[in-house]
Design a protein around this ligand. Structure first.
Ligand SMILES: *Cc1c(COP(=O)(O)O)cnc(C)c1O
Length: 397
């Protein structure tokens, strides 16, 4: 069978091997503790579920406009006004089948062969692959824990070439939980405008922030920035709605029009029932989100405290999201049963086999010194899981 060049260029997820191994162990009846979750462990709020049931009963079950219903677009426009001080018109909003789909569409309409897109690392693992699928070139800009895993204007300056078209900002970030302050965003905005780069701002974790962190969207910094920015957001993370598949973007009318055209010839509208549910999520009571974030805060504090007790491990304190990204590299070079750990994949494999703890190797996010532990799991599990990690690494030499 001959396959397209496009699909052959795309990597199979590195996390797949660990996930497959974890599932294999679970199937054998082993008690595996999972820190791998990339979604909230909470259920979708009841009022949202009820809205979906009402939509089905009202036969709200047909095609909608390709870019989403006007009622949902208006709810999204209202959200941008309330939360982000941003004014958009209906022709600037496109609703898609998840924020991942929004990004995929965007990549397809924006980039060709030779176009470079700056991707600060550690990055969400789908960005480089979706850029490649579009024919563009992801240019990875590594950041370190010293700068809070945030890209600096100097790094952008160094990475820019005449072919650079855009930069991706994901704040709060998956996998590090780091988030940019207003000041930091102002500097990045200035640099992006200077080099005429489109800023793609993935704000899917915007409401999951801790200790009163002021979440700012880079698009709101100036009129000029708003024109040069595409904001991506969605229902999955902040409303515990990963399975409903609703995400959206806000962009210039020209970009929104091209994205709509692509969507009209591919998926058409996202599910009508999920759109109805999303209207309720955005316009209904928000205390559910507050409670979820309070519990995430308690878990983050618990997990940070436990990680701090492990010898030779440092961990950046997340300002948002539900991930920690500790650096376990001081254990690389050590060995277990004759096998020496060369990096995060070996280390994650060791923890899975010996401690029965599943986590994601950092190399999947472009940072091999680290591993990602999600705290979208209850406190009891966090305690038990880290306890096992501590025991396992103590056995190393
Ligand atoms: C989960 C996630 C998304 C995509 O979420 P959807 O379920 O497709 O809406 C996008 N960006 C980041 C950084 C994520 O972690």
């Amino acid at each position: 069978m001959k396959f397209s060049k496009r699909i052959q260029e795309v990597k199979t997820s590195l996390t797949l091997e660990i996930t497959a191994l974890a599932n294999e162990l679970k199937a054998k009846g082993e008690d595996v503790i999972g820190f791998g979750a990339g979604e909230p462990d909470f259920d979708t709020p009841d009022n949202v579920k009820q809205a979906a049931i009402r939509a089905i009963e009202a036969n709200d079950t047909r095609y909608t406009p390709v870019a989403g219903t006007n009622t949902l677009k208006d709810a999204i426009i209202h959200k941008f006004q309330q939360d982000n001080a941003l004014d958009y018109q209906r022709n600037q909003i496109v609703v898609s089948c998840g924020a991942k789909h929004s990004f995929f569409n965007l990549a397809q309409v924006l980039w060709d062969k030779g176009d470079e897109v700056l991707v600060p690392a550690p990055y969400w693992l789908s960005y480089p692959e979706m850029i490649l699928l579009a024919g563009g070139s992801p240019v990875i800009v590594p950041t370190t824990e010293q700068t809070g895993f945030k890209v600096t204007p100097e790094q952008i300056e160094d990475a820019v070439t005449p072919h650079t078209r855009a930069i991706i900002i994901n704040s709060p970030s998956n996998p590090t939980g780091s988030a940019y302050s207003r000041k930091e965003l102002e500097k990045i905005a200035e640099c992006a405008l200077k080099h005429n780069l489109l800023v793609i701002s993935d704000e899917i974790y915007e409401k999951i922030v801790f200790d009163g962190f002021e979440q700012v969207t880079i698009a709101s910094l100036s009129q000029e920035m708003r024109k040069n920015c595409v904001v991506i957001n969605g229902m999955s993370k902040c409303y515990a709605m990963t399975g409903w598949r609703i995400g959206y973007l806000a962009a210039s009318p020209e970009i929104a029009q091209q994205v709509t055209k692509l969507q009209s010839q591919s998926t058409s509208n996202p599910t009508s029932i999920s759109q109805a549910a999303s209207i309720e999520a955005l316009t209904g009571p928000q205390d559910y989100v507050t409670q979820m974030v309070e519990e995430f805060t308690r878990r983050r504090n618990l997990l940070m405290g436990l990680l701090a007790e492990i010898n030779g491990v440092s961990c950046y304190k997340p300002a948002g999201s539900f991930y920690t990204f500790p650096d376990f590299s001081s254990y690389y070079g050590k060995s277990f049963q004759g096998e020496t750990f060369k990096g995060s994949v070996d280390f994650a494999r060791f923890l899975l086999k010996e401690a029965k703890v599943a986590l994601v190797p950092g190399i999947a996010f472009g940072a091999d010194n680290n591993v990602r532990l999600s705290f979208a799991t209850d406190q009891e599990t966090i305690r038990k899981g880290v306890g096992r990690i501590v025991k396992a690494v103590k056995s190393l030499h």
